[in-house]
Design a protein around this ligand. Structure first.
Ligand code: ACM
Ligand code: ZN
Length: 516
C-alpha cells in the first residue's frame, strides 16, 4: 500500500482507529507543529474528519499520533524515520523534520488505502498495526517541470509539489526560461516579461511537418517574484528544494527577443512559436555576462537552493562561428574552438555562482570542451554523461531519455493523446537502476539519484501533465527510494493508488501495463 516501498515493514495483528478524538502531538519544535497541522489538514480534506493538534507536554495518552525528534537516531540519516502503529497510538521518530514528514506521508498513504467506516455515528478509518524502519536509497529524488512551452497556474504548481511530497521526492527542478517563453519576473529587466514571456502563436500538432500549422493565438504569462516566493515556501513546508533553471547559452530566444543586443547578430528576434533547437543563442560579449549575473542575483534572492541549474544543453555553435566578438573571445582566452567557448561561458557563470555560495548543475553538454570544476552533471542523452562525470570525480544526476522522460508515450501511440515520441512504459521506468554498470563502488557514490523530466511541448493542460506523470513517477519513486524493488508487488499497490488518485482528484493513465 505504501509507495515507495519502505526498506523494512513488519505487520502487527491489531488496529489503530483514526476518528475525531485523535490528536496529533508534537515535540516542541516549530517545524513539527507546522507538520502536525499540515497532517490534520490532509485528514480533514481526505476523510472529512477534523482532528486536533497539541504539544507533547499537554498530550493525553491514547489515540494520539506522536511526532518526535530523536537526534542521532536512525544512523543519523536526516531523511530516515521510524513509524510504529500500535493499537492505542502511532509513534513517529526521526532525526529531523525531514524524516517525520516522510513518516507522515507513509501514514497518510496507509489511511488512504483503508476504508472510511461509521462507528456509532462517528466516521473512522481503521488501519493495521505495524512497524516501519525506512530511509531512501538516493539523496537526490527529483521531478522537473517545463513551464515555458506551456505554462501552468501557481495552484497547479502547488498540486504538482503535493504529488512530489506524496511520493517522497525532495527536489523540484523548475524549468523557467526557454526559446518559447521567459516565465520569471526579473525586476531589473522588465522586457523579459513584457516581451519575452509572450509568443504570437503556437505550432499545432507534431513538430517537423512539411507544412506547419499555427493556432494564431497569443500565448504566454509569467510568475511574479511574489508567486515564486509563495511556491518556494510551499515546497519548503513539504521538505522539497526548488532548483530554478535559467538556460544558457542556448534555449534563450525569449531573452534575445527582449534584449536583442545580447545575441551575436543583435536581431531582431522573436519568441519562438515552434519547437526544436534554435541557432540564435547568447553572444559571449561582456554585456551578456553582466545581464546573466544580474538575473542570477535576483534568482538567488528568490531561491535558497544550493544548486542553480544553468541549462547548457543544445547550444548550436553556428552564430559563434560567424561572430567577430565570439571569435575575439576565443582568441583572447586562448581557446581552441566554439566547444571550448561554451566551456568558458559555463565556467565563468560557475565562478560567479560559486562566489555567492551556490553550485551549478548543467545538462550533460557542459562536459564538452571541459567540465567546470565544481559542476554537477545532469545526464539526459543516455547515461554516458553521468558516467564520464562520475569517473572524473564530479557528482551526477541521472535523467536518461530512455527511462526518465515522462513526455514520451507510456502506452500505444495509436490510441494515446499526442506526445513527443518515444515509448517509456511504467515497467521500463520501474526497471531503471541509476547506478551505471560501468562505475566502480567509489565512482558510484557520485550518482546522487535520478529525476523525471516533463517537457511540455505537447502538454497544454494540467490534466494532461498529471496523466503523463501518473503513475510513472510512482515507479520512479521506488527507483530512487526503495532500491530493492519488487515489480509484482508494485503492480498490486499501484491499483490501490489509482483509487487514491480518484479520491484526491489526480488524473492518470489507467492502462499502463502495455508491452507495445
Ligand atoms: C533536454 O532534454 N534538452 C535536456
Ligand atoms: Zn557572438
Amino acid at each position: 500500500m505504501i509507495i515507495p516501498e519502505p526498506q523494512q515493514l513488519i505487520m502487527g495483528g491489531d488496529e489503530f482507529k483514526l476518528h475525531k478524538n485523535t490528536v496529533v502531538v508534537y515535540d516542541n519544535n516549530e517545524e513539527l507543529k507546522q507538520q502536525a497541522s499540515y497532517f490534520a489538514d490532509l485528514v480533514v480534506n481526505s476523510f472529512g474528519i477534523k482532528i486536533n493538534t497539541s504539544t507533547l507536554k499537554n498530550s493525553k495518552e491514547s489515540n494520539v499520533i506522536i511526532l518526535k525528534l530523536i537526534p542521532g537516531s536512525n544512523d543519523n540519516d536526516q531523511e530516515a524515520y521510524k513509524l510504529i502503529i500500535k493499537e492505542e497510538k502511532v509513534i513517529i521518530e526521526a532525526n529531523s523534520p525531514r524524516g517525520t514528514f516522510y513518516a507522515l506521508q507513509s501514514l497518510y498513504q496507509i489511511f488512504l488505502s483503508n476504508k472510511l467506516t461509521i462507528d456509532h455515528d462517528n466516521m473512522q478509518v481503521m488501519i493495521p498495526t505495524l512497524e516501519i524502519v525506512d530511509k531512501p536509497q538516493f539523496p537526490y529524488r527529483g521531478m522537473h517541470l517545463d513551464v515555458c512551452r506551456h505554462m501552468f497556474p501557481v495552484e497547479f504548481i502547488k498540486k504538482y509539489i503535493d504529488i512530489l511530497a506524496f511520493y517522497k521526492f525532495n527536489t523540484f527542478h523548475w524549468h523557467l526560461t526557454e526559446d518559447q517563453g521567459w516565465r520569471i519576473e526579473i525586476k531589473k529587466y522588465p522586457k523579459l516579461t513584457e516581451v519575452g514571456s509572450w509568443r504570437k502563436e503556437t505550432l499545432v500538432g507534431h513538430y517537423g511537418k512539411e507544412t506547419p500549422q499555427y493556432d494564431g493565438k497569443k500565448y504566454g504569462g509569467f510568475y511574479t517574484q511574489d508567486e515564486v516566493r509563495e511556491v518556494v515556501a510551499y515546497a519548503t513546508e513539504r521538505q522539497i528544494t526548488v532548483i530554478p533553471e535559467i538556460e544558457m547559452p542556448g534555449h534563450s530566444l525569449a531573452a534575445l527577443a527582449s534584449y536583442p543586443e545580447l545575441g551575436c547578430t543583435e536581431g531582431p528576434y522573436e519568441v519562438a512559436t515552434t519547437w526544436g533547437v534554435f541557432e540564435d543563442i547568447y553572444c559571449t560579449k561582456e554585456q551578456t555576462f553582466e545581464f546573466l549575473e544580474n538575473v542570477l542575483l535576483e534568482v538567488m534572492d528568490l531561491f535558497p537552493s544550493t544548486y542553480i541549474h544553468i541549462g547548457g544543453d543544445e547550444a548550436p555553435k553556428a552564430r559563434w562561428k560567424e561572430c567577430s566578438t565570439c571569435q575575439a573571445t576565443i582568441k583572447r582566452e586562448g581557446l581552441n574552438d566554439e566547444h571550448e567557448l561554451q566551456s568558458y561561458f559555463i565556467q565563468r557563470m560557475e565562478k560567479f555562482l560559486n562566489s555567492h555560495g551556490r553550485s551549478i548543475i548543467g545538462w550533460d553538454e557542459i562536459l564538452e570542451g571541459g567540465l567546470a570544476p565544481n559542476a554537477t552533471v545532469m545526464s539526459w542523452r543516455g547515461t554516458e554523461g553521468g558516467i564520464a562525470a562520475a569517473k572524473d570525480g564530479h557528482d551526477a544526476i541521472m535523467t536518461p531519455g530512455s527511462h526518465c522522460y515522462f513526455d514520451h508515450y507510456q502506452a500505444n501511440k495509436e490510441t494515446e493523446p499526442l506526445a513527443i515520441g518515444g515509448f517509456t512504459t511504467l515497467e521500463k521506468v520501474y526497471s531503471y537502476n541509476p547506478i551505471p554498470e560501468e562505475l566502480n563502488a567509489e565512482e558510484a557514490k557520485h550518482i546522487l539519484g535520478a529525476q523525471g523530466n516533463v517537457w511540455t511541448e505537447y502538454m497544454e493542460t494540467t490534466d494532461y501533465v498529471e496523466y503523463m506523470i501518473l503513475p510513472r513517477m510512482a515507479a520512479l519513486s521506488e527507483v530512487v527510494w526503495t532500491g530493492d524493488k519488487n515489480w509484482p508487488l508494485f503492480k498490486n499497490k499501484i491499483e490501490t493508488h489509482f483509487g487514491i488518485y480518484d479520491k484526491l482528484g489526480y488524473n492518470y493513465c489507467d492502462h499502463p501495463f502495455v508491452t507495445k
